[in-house]
Design a protein. Structure first.
Length: 173
């Protein structure tokens, strides 16, 4: 009687599917196609194999997951599914959100801007959001930003606007 392989045991398992979803989400946030990953990684990560990981058809080994994390520039933890019990319930809050242009912020000199950028990068890691260009700040985060910008909490949006750091989406044509 033949014993099943690890891939056969893990194929379509809930955990493998969740890992695959995370892998796809990170790749898409990096704005890369499967083919671009293959090319950029000098074929270390073949498009067909990475696609199989993303679909949950194949289980990825820990060493390979670590290399993929390094390739994407994220921690291994970011490639693993989140614990359902640790989800951020405040993400449903619909008010008090400010969208900050992180790309523009990174070009601004000064310690207060460096501190603000580090704070926003920390939020991105917590949310597992690796787009890197824009971040929506929730109401409870504006207190810390107010301290960094030396303004009242209710003036954070105005101050960011004065500094040109509020993200304004391009007008649709």
């Amino acid at each position: 009687m033949a014993h099943p392989t690890d891939d056969e045991l893990l194929k379509d398992s809930p955990f493998t599917l969740l890992v695959g979803e995370r892998l796809r989400r990170i790749r898409q946030q990096k704005r890369m196609s499967l083919g671009e990953v293959e090319t950029s990684s000098d074929s270390e990560f073949k498009a067909s194999v990475l696609g199989a990981y993303e679909r949950g058809e194949r289980a990825i080994s820990v060493p390979r997951l670590e290399r993929l994390a390094r390739f994407y520039g994220v921690s291994v933890e970011q490639l693993l599914p989140r614990d359902a019990h640790s989800s951020d319930t405040s993400s449903t809050a619909a008010t008090g959100k400010i969208r900050i242009d992180v790309a523009k912020l990174s070009t601004m000199p000064g310690s207060q801007f460096e501190m603000l950028e580090r704070f926003l990068r920390m939020i991105q890691v917590q949310r597992q959001d690796f787009n890197g260009k824009v971040i929506t700040v929730r109401a409870h985060d504006t207190r810390a930003i107010a301290v960094m910008l030396d303004v009242a909490v209710d003036s954070v949006g105005d101050k960011l606007g004065e500094l040109g750091l509020l993200f304004v989406p391009p007008a649709s044509t």
